[in-house]
Design a protein around this ligand. Structure first.
Ligand code: KIV
Ligand code: NA
Length: 263
């Protein structure tokens, strides 16, 4: 089977076909995901919490990200692999270039960075040099201390306008994908309509071009799971079944429903 590329995902957006993303961290899960209808995998810096036991993503290092990107790449043949850039490794465009190079050389096909219009120059720097970029707006966990907690973003009109403007500027700068985390569904819909790049929602309603969930949440490993997630293992009883059900429910517009959504 043909590997999934940035072009595949753009074509799916154009055709109105949802694609499926899972944040995962190791070779066997990557091998399983590509067999169960998942198009893209994210080696998220959420691994700080889901795998390493920290209470935020802030302690995650380049070395930890590289170790897990390499593991996922070894298990994968087909999915598009995105690698998160950790806290403060892309504070300047030059730093971003140096560190993104290492993530790509570890086996990622794209890097992901958190932030708004201030990253437009960085997006240009990376994409001009052949490194695809996934942007990330809304709840950006690396900024948890600035945001004052893990809370829904863009609830008032002013903040919503800012996020919309950030999305437009990152799109214009050449970003290839956009993760929208914990924003009202109506805002995610407006952004998805105005940007040319595909959007991937988590806690952003059902109208984004794609969805992403963290493997720990899908498999019921999270002690206090977030409202937007769902344990698909409970109803299926096995890991491939859980991944397949998640993929099917997204493709059929069944997940997420109102109970997973902010308005
Ligand atoms: O680190 C991660 O898993 C993420 C997703 C939740 C989007 O950034
Ligand atoms: Na992340």
């Amino acid at each position: 089977e043909k590997p999934v590329t940035v072009q595949t995902l753009r074509r799916m957006k154009a055709d109105g076909e949802k694609f499926i993303t899972v944040a995962l961290y190791d070779a066997p899960m990557a091998a399983m995901a590509q067999k169960t209808g998942v198009e893209a995998v994210l080696v998220g810096d959420s691994l700080g919490m889901t795998v390493l036991g920290y209470d935020s993503t802030i302690p995650v290092t380049m070395e930890q990200m590289i170790y897990h990107v390499e593991a996922v790449a070894r298990g994968n043949r087909k999915s598009l692999i995105m690698g998160d850039m950790p806290f403060m490794t892309y504070a300047t465009p030059e730093q971003a270039l140096t560190n993104a190079t290492r993530i790509m050389q570890a086996g990622a096909h794209m890097v992901k960075i958190e932030g708004g219009a201030w990253l437009a120059e960085t997006v240009r720097m990376l994409t001009d040099r052949g490194i695809p970029v996934c942007a990330h707006l809304g709840l950006t966990p690396q900024s948890v201390h600035k945001l004052g907690g893990y809370r829904v973003q863009g609830r008032d009109e002013e903040q919503a306008g800012e996020i919309l403007d950030d999305a437009a500027q990152l799109d214009e700068a050449g970003a290839d994908l956009l993760v929208l985390e914990c924003v009202p569904a109506s805002l995610a819909r407006r952004i998805t309509d105005i940007v040319s790049m595909p959007t991937i929602g988590i806690g952003a309603g059902r109208d984004t071009d794609a969805q992403v969930l963290v493997i720990n949440d899908i498999l019921g490993l999270t002690e206090t799971p977030p409202k937007f997630s769902k344990n698909f293992l409970e109803e299926t009883g096995n890991i491939p079944g859980a991944l397949r059900k998640y993929a099917e429910d997204v493709k059929n517009g069944i997940f997420p429903d109102a109970s997973h959504t902010f308005e």
